[in-house]
Design a protein around this ligand. Structure first.
Ligand SMILES: Nc1ncnc2c1ncn2[C@@H]1O[C@H](COP(=O)(O)OP(=O)(O)O)[C@@H](O)[C@H]1O
Ligand SMILES: [Mg+2]
Length: 214
């Protein structure tokens, strides 16, 4: 079997990292060679760019700058880690990928989707994920899981909620745009229930990929 790129998408607190770890362990128990990685990051250069992106010091960062930095980290990730791992037949589990750029920089910050697609095509050389799992959960519930109370939010944090609602809509739009590879997963259930849904999707995907010898 050729390598497979399985991507975990969704807003912060939607369960991506939790589900990626559980799925990875199950795949490993079944003998699949699993590689875990994340964006922005996954490489030395990418992790440094991640530091710039997440540092609250850079309040003045323009949305275009932000989008280009994500794409720059992605270019390094694709060349240094993703392509080699996929060529070696690994199942790569990636915490965030292209979908995050469309949802956050496109729908969240309002950059044109053409711009996002364009710079990311340059970054990936056309590499697309094989399967995108989108964990769908309201921003309210996500915040609760991360530990905040909605009624304690200040003005800026409430704006943040509106931002996350746009991002969530962005993900759902992406899922409609690319139904062949995207699966929207209801993130409201327990960790175990969500995992069973993920497993059903991944098992079916791997079986079909294997049958088609892709
Ligand atoms: N299905 C779930 N039900 C309740 N809590 C969850 C569920 N999935 C994850 N969590 C908890 O919610 C928080 C955010 O989950 P995490 O996997 O880190 O999300 P993400 O990586 O998308 O930000 C963590 O504290 C995690 O333990
Ligand atoms: Mg996470």
């Amino acid at each position: 079997m050729k390598g497979k790129l399985i991507v975990f998408e969704g807003i912060d607190g939607s369960g991506k990292t939790t589900q990626m770890q559980i799925l990875g362990r199950r795949l490993e128990r079944q003998g699949f060679p699993v590689v875990y990685t994340r964006e922005p990051g996954g490489t030395r250069v990418g992790e440094s760019i991640r530091g710039i992106l997440l540092d609250p010091l850079y309040r003045e960062m323009e949305p275009q700058t932000e989008a280009l930095l994500y794409a720059a980290a992605r270019a390094q990730h694709v060349a240094q880690l993703l392509q080699p791992a996929l060529a070696a037949g690994k199942v790569v589990l990636c915490d965030r990928f292209l979908g995050s750029s469309l949802a956050y920089q496109g729908f969240g910050r309002g950059l044109s989707l053409e711009f996002i697609d364009h710079i990311n095509n340059l970054a990936t050389g056309g590499l697309k994920p094989d399967l995108v799992l989108i964990f769908d959960l309201s921003p309210c519930l996500c915040l609760k899981r991360i530990g905040a109370q909605v009624n304690e939010l200040d003005r800026l944090e409430r704006e943040e909620m509106a931002f996350h609602r746009r991002v969530r809509e962005g993900y759902l739009t992406l899922a409609r745009r690319e139904p062949a590879c995207c699966r929207v997963i209801d993130g409201r259930q327990t960790v175990e229930q969500v995992h069973e849904t993920v497993w059903r999707e991944v098992e079916r995907f791997l079986r079909e990929a294997n049958a088609g010898n892709k």
